[in-house]
Design a protein around this ligand. Structure first.
Ligand code: ADP
Ligand code: MG
Length: 433
């Protein structure tokens, strides 16, 4: 099937053609017709399989083919968990809307609020942004969503997880009318998430599951390497970096912001062009780093989970988990920064003593064969802790007062990232009529 076989506006087809998108990917084939029919959509497919166009194509089609519900309010809102991803989606949407009268507007934290208010006064049809800043504009009454037609959450599970419950509530409430269509996308919905989310944000959704993230991504060669200590990890890293050519790029994931800067310095003093990206930097610095990386001025990006989701940089050949992620689903997203759009990629993960618990949890999640690699002359003494290999006891009910109180506690403030898991239990119900 080709895009031209779908009932799409000729301007949209032209825009796709200019970018050489002829054949839709599997997720696009299944999602676009469902979205065009106006149904709510819940869609999952592997990293790098083209989810962005799966929602941008029906979104742009709506602008071209349907009359707006309201003259002033935005018609399409795309919410992403990170600023970098919002910027990337914004750039993609600009390409699809090139030459059109509809101009997208970007609303992310770390950028001037008043400039965004000015942009909103021009009544943009399409808004792309992060939950905090979008909610701030709603509360400031510079953004109204009564006329919103299509609400899209990219990396929806992460947004629900990040402690954005208050912001989600604000967005949902301000666009809570029966004509709204809602779409959720990710590579990793686990069954609990899907149930909670369907109950709250979606009405009778069309569910599309192209790939199960528990199965191996065919385009990413993945292996785990044991390490004894920090120096050993650094030596292994130097060795693994030799696997790629100069024009190919590498993302190295670490546990903390400080680690990202420290490791960047180590790599730089080793003559490597490395940059460190994390959430503590000024937005201007974050932009500069991303632009240096996208242009291959920095060959290596050392980063935290701020870069695990959605970023699409075709030259990334190698992903290295210098530290294992705490949350197992983030592993799937981190390694998914390579092996995109049918390209082949490699992902190595270093497993030291501190990583062991996270490694065991990951093994339980992905349920597929795990490949352990040994590098000659650099084989670790550490091979894992035996006691953790035993089957874990089923979780018992929380008994202490403190635990129960913590579970019930409302998020302390809107940036409280620890409160995220409560989202599914908040009354985010959509009106049914
Ligand atoms: P996902 O969101 O599923 O991780 P993206 O939407 O970021 O994936 O797309 C991954 C890459 O695939 C991007 O570089 C995008 O331009 C490319 N791509 C998307 N759709 C197609 C298509 N139909 N044909 C070829 N390449 C595509
Ligand atoms: Mg994506």
């Amino acid at each position: 099937m080709q895009f031209s076989e779908l009932p799409l506006d000729h301007r949209l087809l032209k825009a796709l053609e200019i970018q050489n998108f002829v054949e839709p990917t599997e997720i696009q084939k299944s999602t676009i017709p469902a979205a065009l029919s106006g149904k709510d959509v819940l869609a999952a497919s592997k990293t790098g399989s083209g989810k962005t166009l799966a929602y941008l194509v029906p979104a742009v089609q709506r602008l071209y083919r349907h009359k707006a519900l309201s003259k002033q309010d935005p018609r399409i809102l795309v919410v992403t968990p990170t600023r970098e991803l919002a910027m990337q989606v914004y750039q993609e949407s600009k390409k699809l809307l090139a030459g059109a009268m509809h101009k997208p507007t970007l609303l992310i934290g770390g950028e001037n609020f008043n400039n965004q208010v000015k942009a909103l006064k021009k009544n943009p049809d399409v808004i792309i942004g992060t939950p905090g800043r979008i909610a701030d504009h709603i509360e400031d009454r510079s953004l109204f969503l009564a006329g919103l037609e299509l609400l899209i959450f990219d990396e929806a599970d992460r947004i629900l997880d990040l402690g954005f419950s208050t912001q989600l509530q604000i967005i949902n409430d301000s666009a809570n009318h029966r004509k709204r269509q809602t779409m959720l996308f990710s590579a990793t919905f686990d069954s609990g998430d899907i149930r909670d989310v369907s109950d709250t944000l979606l009405i009778a959704p069309h569910k599309v599951l192209v790939d199960d993230f528990r199965q191996v991504h065919q385009d990413i060669e993945q292996a785990f390497i044991f390490a004894d200590h920090l120096d050993h990890k650094e030596a292994l890293l130097s060795k693994l970096l030799l696997e790629v050519e100069d024009r190919e790029q590498i993302i190295v994931f670490v546990a903390t912001r400080d680690d990202s800067e420290r490791l960047r310095d180590v790599l730089n003093s080793d003559g490597k062009a490395a940059a460190a990206l994390h959430g503590e930097l000024l937005q201007q610095q974050r932009n500069q780093i991303m632009s240096d990386f996208r242009n291959n001025k920095a060959q290596i990006l050392v980063t935290t989970d701020v870069a695990s989701r959605g970023l699409d940089i075709p030259q990334v050949k190698l992903v290295i988990n210098f530290d294992m992620p705490i949350k197992a689903t983030e592993y799937v997203h981190r390694v998914g920064r390579t092996g995109r759009a049918g390209n082949q990629g490699i992902a190595f993960s270093l497993v030291g003593k501190k990583d062991w618990k996270n490694f065991v949890v990951l093994k339980e999640l992905i349920q597929s064969e795990i490949q352990v690699k040994e590098i000659e002359g650099m084989v670790a003494q550490f091979k894992g802790f035996k006691e953790h290999l035993k089957k874990r006891k089923p979780k018992s009910q929380p008994k202490t007062k403190g635990t129960v109180a913590r579970q019930k506690a409302k998020p302390k403030n809107k940036f409280d990232a620890t409160a995220g898991t409560e989202v599914g239990h908040l009354p985010l119900k959509r009106k049914q009529n």
